[in-house]
Design a protein around this ligand. Structure first.
Ligand code: PBG
Length: 328
C-alpha cells in the first residue's frame, strides 16, 4: 500500500516549513540575567559559564547598551555582595546606597525605556546563604519573619526604579505581602513576576559560584520544590494568582517542560521560564568540546521552552540568540 497521508509534503521546502511553523522565537521573548560586582572597569568571566561575565556597574551599563542595540530590552540583574556586608538579616538588601540599588537606579537613568526585573531573596546578602532568615539554634528557615525582610527589599527596589519585582525566595505568602507593601507605598504600577514553581535543583550550581551564594549549611529543600512533583506547581500557581502575581515563572526550564506546559494550560497569566545557569553550562561545555553544535543546540533549547508554553524566557543565551535572530 502506498501512503495516502504524506506529512512530508509540509516539509518539502524551507518556505513551506516556515509557513507551517507553529512556534516562533523573537528577541522580545528574552530577559537577560546579569551579574553585578563592586568596583570599576571590572569584567570577570564566570568559569563555569563561558561567555558570561560578572560586571562592575560601569561595565554592566556598557553591556546593556550593546544588548539594547541587538533589541534586548529586558534585564534581570543579580548582585554579588562582599562577604563583609552579609549578615543574618540581609540588611544590605534594602540599602539604597548599596551596590545593587544604586546600580539599578543608574541603569534606569541611562536607559529609561528598558525593563528591569529585580531579584527578591536574601541569599546574596545573607551570611547563611539562604533565601530566608535562618533560626540560629534550629537551622530552620523562618517563613513569616523572612516576609518582613523580603517586603522591605522589594520596596527599596521599587524606589530604585525596578519595573518588575521577581521574588525567587519561595517563602509562603510573599507575593501577597509584597503586593500589599508596594500598593501601600504608591507603587501599584510595579509588577510582580513570581517564581511560582522553583525547584530545588542541581542546575543552579554555576549561579551560586558566580554569586558565592551557596548555603553555608543545609540545602534549600524546605522551601524550593521537590523535582518529583508536578501537581504541586498548580497549587503554587493558584496561590500566586490569588495573591496578585502579574506573571508566573517555572524554574529551571529544560528538565521542566512538562511543568511549563501544565502551568500554561491552567492560567491566563503570562508564563515565563528560567533557562538556568546549569542548562547554559551544559550546552556550552559540550560545544567547547566539539560534541554539540552550540548555536544550533541553543536555538533548539530556546524554541522548546517556547513550544512548551513559555511566553518569555530568562536566559544567559539572550545576547547570542539575539545575534542569531538578527542574522536571520
Ligand atoms: C536564589 C536564586 C538562584 C537562582 C536565581 N535566584 C539560585 C538558588 O536558588 O540557589 C539561580 C539561577 C540560575 O541558576 O541561573 N535566590
Amino acid at each position: 500500500m502506498i501512503p495516502t497521508h504524506r506529512p512530508r509534503r509540509n516539509r518539502k521546502s524551507e518556505v513551506i516549513r516556515n509557513m507551517v511553523q507553529e512556534t516562533t522565537l523573537s528577541v522580545h521573548d528574552f530577559i537577560y540575567p546579569a551579574f553585578l560586582i563592586e568596583g570599576q572597569n571590572q569584567q570577570l568571566e564566570i568559569h563555569s559559564m563561558p561567555g558570561i561575565h560578572r560586571f562592575s556597574a560601569d561595565r554592566l551599563i556598557d553591556e546593556i547598551g550593546r544588548c539594547v542595540e541587538l533589541g534586548i530590552k529586558s534585564f534581570a540583574p543579580f548582585p554579588s555582595i562582599n562577604d563583609g556586608l552579609k549578615d543574618r538579616l540581609a540588611k544590605e538588601s534594602a540599602n539604597p546606597e548599596g551596590l545593587y540599588l544604586k546600580t539599578v537606579a543608574d541603569i534606569k537613568r541611562q536607559f529609561p525605556d528598558i525593563v528591569l526585573m529585580t531579584d527578591v531573596a536574601m541569599d546574596p546578602y545573607s551570611s547563611d546563604g539562604h533565601d530566608g532568615i535562618v533560626d540560629a539554634d534550629s537551622g530552620e528557615i523562618l517563613n513569616d519573619a523572612s516576609l518582613e525582610v523580603l517586603g522591605q527589599m522589594a520596596l527599596a527596589q521599587a524606589r530604585a526604579g525596578a519595573d518588575i519585582i521577581g521574588p525567587s525566595d519561595m517563602m509562603d505568602g510573599r507575593v501577597a505581602w509584597i503586593r500589599d507593601i508596594l500598593d501601600q507605598n504608591g507603587f501599584s504600577h510595579v509588577s510582580i513576576m513570581s517564581y511560582t514553581a522553583k525547584y530545588a535543583s542541581a542546575f543552579y550550581g554555576p549561579f551560586r559560584d558566580a554569586l558565592d551564594s551557596a548555603p553555608k549549611r543545609g540545602d534549600k529543600k524546605t522551601y524550593q520544590m521537590n523535582y518529583a512533583n508536578r501537581r504541586e506547581a498548580l497549587r503554587e500557581l493558584a496561590l500566586d494568582e490569588q495573591e496578585g502575581a502579574d506573571m508566573v515563572m517555572i524554574k529551571p526550564a529544560l528538565s521542566y517542560l512538562d511543568v511549563i506546559h501544565e502551568v500554561r494550560t491552567n492560567t491566563h497569566l503570562p508564563v515565563t521560564a528560567y533557562n538556568v545557569s546549569g542548562e547554559y553550562a551544559m550546552v556550552k561545555s559540550a560545544a567547547q568540546q566539539g560534541w554539540l553544535d552550540g548555536e544550533k543546540t541553543m536555538m533548539e533549547v530556546l524554541m522548546s521552552i517556547k513550544r512548551a508554553g513559555a511566553d518569555a524566557i530568562l536566559t544567559y543565551f539572550a545576547k547570542e540568540a539575539a545575534a542569531v535572530l538578527h542574522r536571520g
